[in-house]
Design a protein around this ligand. Structure first.
Ligand SMILES: O=C(O)CCC(=O)C(=O)O
Length: 248
């Protein structure tokens, strides 16, 4: 059975990289009460910013706009820093956990003195879902240094769970170049790609961190109810034998 593994003594980085397991779940990276207070701050900030549902810059929206990406990252990193007070920065908690788990240091990537975006906060509301996709900076972001890092992984921290739905579904199918023929602009990939493919689901439990090999196709199921789904995410890859660099 291809099922997400809850962190245990035998959990290994290689199992994620090779795709032996679809994801690693690390429970209680942040306490429930810290998640509640941070989510409250995020929702207040959203209200003050025209109900914005995304904070943080992502590379995928700026594939050919390097300068713009770095200047937006500078601003969004500042916003996230102000949002997360020093002693309960969920970003620091995630980084520390990853570093300890895999025995490597982790820093946000830099390029020619520019700092990449630290992380992205996403708010998904009732009726939202995220279409079938995969993430692979090595293939798409060749203009950027991070495309050269080995073994890209995604880290996701669930800060607020929706009332209903919002599971992360991972399909037992790794992206390959020929799949690009099945790409649907704006809508990810055709569901024909994963017809009959084994799938597994992860519930977005508050405080849990999920580490995922994002080359496996994945999607977020539809959300309903009054409570939104709030996450903090970043990618990381091996920048040297003993270090990871992260970006979004
Ligand atoms: O929020 C999640 O559970 C998954 C996020 C996702 O799809 C991604 O990082 O590509």
């Amino acid at each position: 059975m291809w099922t997400p593994e809850i962190l245990n003594e035998t959990s290994s980085y290689d199992d994620l990289i090779t795709g032996k397991i679809p994801a690693l779940i690390i429970p209680k990276v942040l306490s429930k009460s810290d998640c509640i207070s941070i989510s409250r701050k995020i929702l207040n900030m959203s209200q003050r910013n025209d109900s914005s549902t995304k904070f943080g810059t992502s590379l995928s929206s700026h594939i050919y706009e390097k300068q713009r990406y770095f200047s937006k990252s500078k601003k969004s990193n500042e916003i996230l820093k102000n949002l997360f007070s020093e002693n309960i920065s969920p970003l620091t908690f995630m980084q520390q956990k990853i570093s300890k788990l895999f025995g490597k240091k982790i820093y946000t990537a830099t390029e020619n003195g520019n700092v990449y975006s630290d992380a992205v906060i996403r708010i998904h509301e009732s009726g939202d879902s995220v279409h079938l996709h995969r993430d692979n900076s090595h293939f798409e972001m060749s203009e950027y240094n991070v495309s050269r890092f080995k073994n890209q992984l995604s880290a996701i921290l669930y800060l607020q769970s929706p009332d209903v739905g919002g599971e992360l579904t991972i399909f037992h199918k790794m992206w390959s170049k020929k799949d690009e023929m099945m790409r649907e602009p704006e809508f990810g990939y055709s569901s024909d790609l994963i017809r009959g493919v084994y799938q597994t689901k992860i519930r977005p439990i508050v405080g849990n961190m999920v580490i995922l090999n994002p080359k496996f196709y994945h999607q977020i199921e539809s959300i309903s109810g009054l409570k939104s789904r709030i996450t903090l995410t970043f990618f990381f890859g091996e920048s040297s034998k003993d270090s990871f660099n992260s970006w979004t």
